[in-house]
Design a protein around this ligand. Structure first.
Ligand code: FAD
Ligand code: GLY
Length: 341
């Protein structure tokens, strides 16, 4: 019998299973499609605890910063190159309104003049009005990350789970698998287990060529993520459209137009791929990591930051499975906060 069965082979299920196995537990991941075929393979791979923080989510920053601190050892442990790059994030303003919006994010960073921004990134459009640079923020290639994680754990692909309990899962064919504990990591589809998680659609464009920037760039409406292997990701829409993953001409137009406004050289790159994924959003858009009702363990609801939060989520779940104390930064994300009396 497995010590733990993980339902869902996205970055969260794979990372959590791997860290649990590293603690000596016997685990397996049940994935109804292919490992990483959900949001994880669409994600841009931004690891930005401060830039991604939204007002009103104060516990997010220490949780996310701790996860970023864990990242170097996490990727070293995988033993293959997954594109981890501490390149920093430059938030830029293209007009006067955006200057106010971006200055509002201040976070103790020094406001950079247009020429200081261009000294960092010479390819920026002449119209840039200034910006903020978060030097410690990083990126990773989520596709290489999930492939590396999947090679480190026992993943059963093409296996759909239809019902879960504290210590067993039922498969689509009717078979039941008993386990010490069950962990639901089914991303935007976690509702099948009674969890309050909704899909939030995001579309991204993948380009390739000579890198037009050496840092991540963003405005209020768009981001650009360069990778050292020549891939450049432009994202992303945020759409409440249920389980719809249609790629639309309008989204591609808006993303590329905004990217071109910031970094005109983007127009020279090869257009490789456009994809849409479903972010798992909880009612307060914070992750659900820990014990849900009836002893079920859950790790879902990571919304826009599941790649960033994978290491700390995995540490939390592995600690709970091993009977150890979870990291203190994880306590505000215990799912019980959403259980109504
Ligand atoms: P998923 O990756 O969706 O995996 C869930 C898995 O569960 C799927 O493979 C699915 O097939 C499987 N599954 C579902 N139901 C069942 C079942 N009943 N039985 C068996 N298997 C099942 N995050 C960042 O940190 N940085 C970013 O830059 C970033 N950019 C993003 C850009 C876009 C456009 C999108 C859409 C998301 C982005 N995210 C980013 C968010 C990130 O992708 C998600 O938070 C993260 O991938 C969630 O991982 P997950 O493992 O919970 O879900
Ligand atoms: N964190 C980037 C996104 O969700 O689009």
């Amino acid at each position: 019998m497995f010590d733990a069965v993980f339902v869902g082979g996205g970055v969260i299920g794979l990372a959590s299973a791997w860290r649990a196995a590293e603690r000596g537990l016997e685990v397996c991941v049940l994935e109804r499609d292919r490992a990483g075929s959900g949001a994880s393979r669409v994600a841009a791979g931004i690891l930005a605890p401060d830039s991604e923080a939204e007002p009103g989510h104060e516990p997010f920053v220490p949780f996310a910063r701790r996860s970023l601190e864990l990242y170097p050892a996490f990727v070293d442990g995988l033993g293959v190159d997954v594109g981890f790059w501490q390149c920093g994030m430059l938030a830029v303003a293209v007009d006067a309104d955006e200057v106010d919006q971006i200055r509002h994010e201040f976070r103790g960073l020094r406001w950079l003049t247009p020429s200081e921004c261009r000294a960092l990134e010479p390819g920026l459009a002449p119209s840039i009005r200034g910006g903020l640079f978060s030097e410690q923020e990083a990126s990773i290639d989520p596709r290489r990350l999930v492939d590396a994680l999947a090679s480190r754990v026992d993943v059963r692909e093409g296996v759909e789970v239809t019902a879960v309990a504290r210590d067993s899962v039922t498969l689509a064919g009717g078979e039941t698998i008993a386990a010490g504990r069950v962990v639901v990591c089914a991303g935007a589809w976690s509702g099948f287990a009674g969890l309050p998680v909704r899909p939030v659609k995001g579309q991204v464009v993948r380009l390739r060529g000579e890198l037009p920037a050496q840092r991540m760039l963003r405005t209020e409406h768009m981001y650009i993520v360069p990778r050292q292997n020549g891939e450049v990701v432009v994202g992303a829409t945020v759409e409440e459209r249920g389980f719809d993953t249609t790629v639309t001409a309008g989204a591609v137009h808006e993303l590329l137009r905004e990217a071109y406004r910031v970094l005109p050289e983007i127009a020279e790159l090869e257009l490789v791929d456009v994809s849409a994924g479903l972010r798992p959003g909880s009612p307060d858009n914070g992750p659900l990591v820990g014990e849900w009702e009836d002893g079920l363990l859950v790790a879902t609801g990571h919304y826009r930051n599941g790649i960033l939060l994978a290491p700390i989520t995995a540490e939390t779940i592995a600690a709970l499975l091993a009977g150890d104390e979870p990291p203190p930064e994880a306590l505000p994300f215990a799912p019980q906060r959403l259980v109504t009396a």
